[in-house]
Structure formats: C-alpha cells, structure tokens
Design a binder for this molecule. Structure first.
Ligand SMILES: Nc1ncnc2c1ncn2[C@@H]1O[C@H](COP(=O)(O)OP(=O)(O)OP(=O)(O)O)[C@@H](O)[C@H]1O
Length: 638
C-alpha cells in the first residue's frame, strides 16, 4: 500500500474563531426571526411538558388526600378555583390534557421555525462556499482534492444544518428544562432538591472532559470522510483506466483502506461515546436512587430522615420523582448534544477554512476592462514556478502582433502549456510581465481578460447535457442562427444533424457519447461562438484519422483567421505556416523563427522535425494542404 499522504485540508481549517458563532454572525441574521420563533416555541413546549407532573402532585395532595392543603395554582386567585372535588378533578384533567394539546402545537411551530431557519442557512452557506471555492486559484485544484471539496459542500454543510435544526435547540431546551425543574424542585422542598442536584457538578465535569477529548477525534473523522470521497471520486472518473488496466482488485483494496480509515475514525468516536454515555446514565441513576431513598424514607417514616427537617407530602414526592427523571435524563443525554456540537464544529472549521482561503489571482481595485482588444501579446522576461517552487519557465521573451499566429513547440514538459496558461492568468508569473495590448494582464479585470482570450484545451471537457448546451456554453446569448453557423464553421454541423436528436442530443457526462474528433469540433465551435480576439489552442495529442484531421484543420483555419493565436503544437506539421515558431526546451526559448528558418538552423527544431518522421509528415501535410486548397476552391466556385 502507498504511504499515507498528509491531508491537505488540515492546513485549510479555520480554528481561529468558533465557526458556529460565525455561522450566526454571517448567515443567521436574515432569518433570525425563524430561529427565535422556533426557539421560543421549543422553550414554551418544554415548560408545558412540566405541567402534568406538577398538576398530578397537586391533585394527589389536595384532591385525593383527605384533609390535604387547598388546591392552588400559581398566579390564579383561590376564588376562581372550583369548590367541589369533582370540579377539581376535572380541572386537573383539563390542565393536563390542555398542556399536552398545546405542547403539540408548540412542537409543530418549533419544527417549522427551526427547519426553515436551518435549511435557509444551509442553502446560503452551500452556495457561498461553492462560489468562494470557484474563485480559488488553480494551484488549489492542482492538488486534485475534488472529493474533499465535495464532502465540505455536502456532508459538512449538512452537519451544520443538523446542528442548527436540532442540536442548538436541544441544548437550549436542556438548559431551560434543567433550570425550570431546579426552580420547581427547590420550591417544593429545597433539602430533597439538594440530594437530586448533587450529581450535577459531576455530570458537568464529565461532559466538559468529554468535549475536549472528542474534539480532535471528530476532526479526524471529518477528514477521513473527505479522503474516502476523494478516492471514490477519483475511481469513478478513472473507471475506464481501471477496467482496461485490470486494476479492479487493486482499487478495491484502496477503497477498502479508505473506508477502513473512516470506520476506524468513527469507531474512535463511538468508543469514547460508549464510555461516557453509560457513566452519565449511572450517575443519573444514582441521583434518582438517592432522591427515591431519602424521599421514600421521609414518607414511610412520616418524619424527616437523617439531618433533614420539615414535611414532605406524597404528592410532592410524586412530582419530585417525575421531575427528577425529567431533569436527570436530559443531563445524562447532554453527551449527544456535545457530540453533535463537536461534529458540527469540525464541519464548520472546514467550511470556513475553505471559504476564507486567500485568493491571489483576482481583480485589483483599479483593474481595467479591455475594450476592442486588438490582440497584441508581449511576454517580457517571464519566469514561472508552480507552488512546489521548481522553476518551469526562464526569461521567456516574445511578442505577437495582432492577428498573427505564434506556435510553441518543444519536447514534452518544456513548459509550452504553462506559458500559454499564464496569458489567461490561470497562474501569475513569478517574475517579468505579460501584456495584452500593452496592458499588464494583472491590471486587467479577469472577466475582461478571459473573454478576450479564448482557450481551447487539448482535453476537451463537455458538460453533461445536450449538444446545444455545450455549444453555447459561455456564449449563452447566441442565437440559433449563430450557433448553427459556428457548428458549420467548425465542421460539426454534419455529424450533429446525424445524431438522434440533433442539437438536442444528450452527450453524456464529459461527452463520452461522442468520438474524440467530434468532441474537438464541438469545442472549436464553442470557441467560434465566444469569438475571442486572442485564441490559445492547446493542440490535441491524440491522433485522429486523416479525414477528421482535415476537417479539424479546416475548422482551425477558419477559427484562427484574423485572430491572434497561440498554438501549443505537438505535431509540427500543423504549425508549418505559423508566423513565428518558438522552440522551448527546459523552460527557455532556445530557437525562434519560421518553419523554414528553423529547419535551416538545423538545431532542436530540425531534430524534432526529423524525429517526427519529417519527410513522411511533410508528405502528409502536403496532401492536407492540397485537399484544403481544393475544398476552398470548391466553396469559392459554389
Ligand atoms: N500544476 C502543476 N504543478 C506543478 N508542476 C506542474 C504543473 N503542471 C505542469 N507542471 C510541470 O511543469 C513543467 C512544464 O509542464 P507543461 O505542461 O507546461 O509542459 P508542456 O511543454 O506543455 O508539455 P506537454 O508537451 O507534455 O504538454 C513540467 O515539468 C510539469 O511537470
């Protein structure tokens, strides 16, 4: 098995502030009224639930015990009380039933209020975090942590919702119940109340200790969810490679390992819970038993036991026992709330960690929008290194006049794609300057730069959707006529019309239902519709048959016509007619000139040309040229 790689998300965690407080500050305000309504309903509901045992105790002492004290309710004048025993019984029953019925209403209000609040916050957090994630630098995505990001946007955001929905109100209910009951118990009999409450400090110490111990375990658990997602996501994306490489068993082992890690981290949490929960329940049981023993003796002996003083009525004792149960149970269950809190906190740290990552490639306040881009490009002493610090480009210098084509060629890994990506500011230069129409690209607004510079990558990415949706992607205002014209110019019209539903054919995730050549032509049509002043073409390495190649070359000729074009060429035959060819080697421009000039220099370019079976290539290229010439004259004579 491969060595465990450090989880990159550890460094993105925001631990400076309590993320759950931030959630309220940043997201809670707009919908706070729903939270308050839900919370108030939950508090009233809790208090109502204390009514039945209280009324029951009163009824036992005043109604069912001959000679007991008069039936009195707080805040209700004695004159308003029924005078007959039957009346009092009905009053008691009515109060108990009324409390239950009202409880149902309040619990409904609580559910609606808190659900609305938590779901709205969840929606806002998810969309904001997604938007923030999208703005992050390419360097972030280079680490390929799709699964981790997905788990932040899905699992972590959902955890947060659960916290806002039930945990938080659960915690407040707990406090209300405990304080409410403590007040009632002290009012009924403060001495017996002390017996019951003796367990509280112990329960509190236990819970605090549990919180600090379980926090790091939850962090590890959340990270392992992300790691498992990453593995699954990677494997689904690479399913074709897995099948064709016969690596199903190997991948099963890797998924098993990631799943095992998740299982182990979950188990760490569960083990601690199983240690804590019974201890709490035991303590609660002891408190209940102590109350029962002391109160029971008090009633049975008809005098206070030990050092206790005063009276205890049977009804009071019944209320006491009911209340003790209701008091102790939630306290013993505080662990569940602590658990959910720590789980949500770990999730919140990840969410804010992701959404507050610094973005280095963005717009300065005084960034300018470019109008009417002519397409003059200038690379001036450009150096570049990726995040790992290894220099990739050294002192790259060149200029391209508007409308001209520059080709970047050179051995694999020479830095061609990197040089091109710098023009789009997918990364920023480490040193030197890149200018578009004389303006440093770092001073141009990103949206304006990227609409001026089109990028056709060698890995054509098509979205799951129809051909139409993919063609008009990024040019959403394009009309039907414009779209069809672009498809025609990209030599795609014919095959699209042969698809079962034409432009409305769904092409599957990443366009898997199309051939490589078809995908390339769709991406060229997309670029035509976007109509950028400057085009960066990362030429496809995968060979297509000669006919398709012809189509693509023809489409390319139309696309690059009148536009400044930077082509990253792998097959030299395709750039023989470029106005300028730059030969990169080890990140430096080692030769420059036209095809003929470079061949005459007899340097690296000439060698590469020969390696690519130049003679044969030349013959192929001549055939292509001839075919293209005939096509053109056919079109002209039409
Ligand atoms: N995201 C990245 N992070 C770190 N290093 C990278 C990254 N992308 C490329 N590199 C490194 O930068 C160097 C130049 O890569 P680049 O893709 O620009 O070469 P290229 O000339 O376009 O190669 P090819 O012809 O194979 O496409 C290589 O050594 C590569 O390993």
């Amino acid at each position: 098995m491969e060595p465990e790689t450090p989880n990159p998300f550890d460094e993105y965690r925001d631990t400076d502030s309590d993320p759950l407080v931030r959630i309220f500050e940043e997201y809670g305000r707009t919908d706070l009224h729903w939270f308050v309504i839900g919370l108030l309903a939950s508090i009233v509901g809790r208090l109502l639930s204390l009514t039945p045992p209280l009324v029951l105790g009163l009824a036992i002492d005043s109604v069912f015990t001959p000679g007991g004290p008069p039936f009195g309710l707080p805040l209700v004048p004695a004159t308003m009380m029924p005078s007959t025993t039957a009346g009092l019984v009905w009053l008691s029953v009515g109060l108990i039933l009324g409390a239950f019925a009202l409880g149902v209403v309040f619990s409904w209000v609580q559910g609606v209020g808190l659900s609305l609040f938590s779901n709205r916050v969840q929606h806002a957090v998810r969309t904001d975090t997604y938007a923030a994630m999208q703005r992050l630098d390419m360097a972030f995505f280079d680490d390929k942590q799709t699964g981790q990001v997905m788990s932040v946007l899905n699992n972590d955001v959902r955890n947060l919702r659960t916290f806002l929905d039930s945990t938080l109100s659960g915690a407040i209910q707990l406090v209300v119940t405990v304080v409410g009951i403590a007040v009632i118990l002290f009012t009924l009999n403060w001495q017996l109340a002390l017996v019951t409450l003796v367990a509280v400090p112990l329960l509190t110490v236990f819970t605090l200790r549990f919180m600090t111990t379980i926090r790091p375990l939850y962090r590890a658990l959340r990270a392992s969810v992300g790691a498992l997602n990453t593995r699954l996501e990677n494997n689904l994306s690479g399913i074709e490679v897995i099948k064709t490489s016969n690596t199903e068993m190997y991948e099963e082992a890797r998924v098993t390992e990631a799943s095992r890690e998740y299982y182990d981290r979950t188990w760490d949490v569960v083990k601690l819970e199983y240690l804590y929960q019974p201890s709490m329940e035991l303590l609660a049981g002891v408190a209940f038993a102590a109350t029962f023993v002391v109160g029971g003796l008090w009633i049975a002996l008809e005098e206070p036991p030990l050092f206790f003083t005063g009276d205890l009525l049977v009804g009071e004792f019944v209320t006491f026992l009911f209340m003790t149960q209701r008091f102790i149970d939630p306290l013993a269950g505080a662990g569940r709330i602590v658990n959910a809190y720590e789980n949500a906190r770990a999730s919140g740290e990840r969410i804010f960690g992701l959404s507050t990552l610094p973005v280095t490639i963005g717009d300065d306040a005084d960034a300018v929008a470019l109008d009417d881009v002519r397409g003059a490009i200038e690379y001036d002493g450009v150096d570049f290194a990726y995040a790992n610090g290894v220099p990739v480009l050294h002192d790259v210098d060149f200029t391209v006049d508007p409308g001209q084509t520059v080709a970047l060629v050179g051995p694999t890994g020479a830095g061609k794609s990197t040089a091109a990506k710098l023009l789009l500011r997918l990364y920023d230069v480490t040193d030197g300057t890149i200018r578009l129409d004389g303006t440093d690209v770092r001073d141009v607004r990103l949206d304006s730069l990227r609409s001026a510079v089109g990028y056709v990558s060698q890995e054509v990415y098509l979205f799951d959707g129809t051909v139409r949706e993919n063609l008009t992607y990024g040019a959403f205002d394009a009309t039907e006529v414009e779209m069809v014209a672009a498809a025609e110019a990209a030599e795609a019209q014919e095959f699209i019309e042969r698809l079962p539903d034409g432009y409305d054919t769904r092409i599957g995730e990443r366009g898997v239902k199309l051939s490589g050549g078809q995908r390339q032509r769709i991406s060229l049509a997309r670029a035509m519709l976007q109509d950028p002043a400057v085009l960066v073409l990362d030429e496809a390495t995968s060979a297509v048959d000669t006919e398709t190649e012809l189509y693509i070359q023809r489409a390319l000729a139309r696309l690059t016509e009148g536009r400044t074009t930077m082509v990253i060429a792998h097959r030299l035959s395709t750039v023989r007619h470029a106005d300028q060819i730059l030969v990169l080697d080890g990140g430096r421009v080692v030769e420059r000139g036209t095809h003929d000039e470079l061949l005459a220099q007899n340097g690296l370019y000439a060698t590469l040309w020969n390696i690519q079976a130049g003679a044969l290539d030349e013959a192929d290229a001549d055939i292509l040229d001839e075919l293209a010439r005939r096509e053109r004259s056919a079109v002209e004579t039409d």
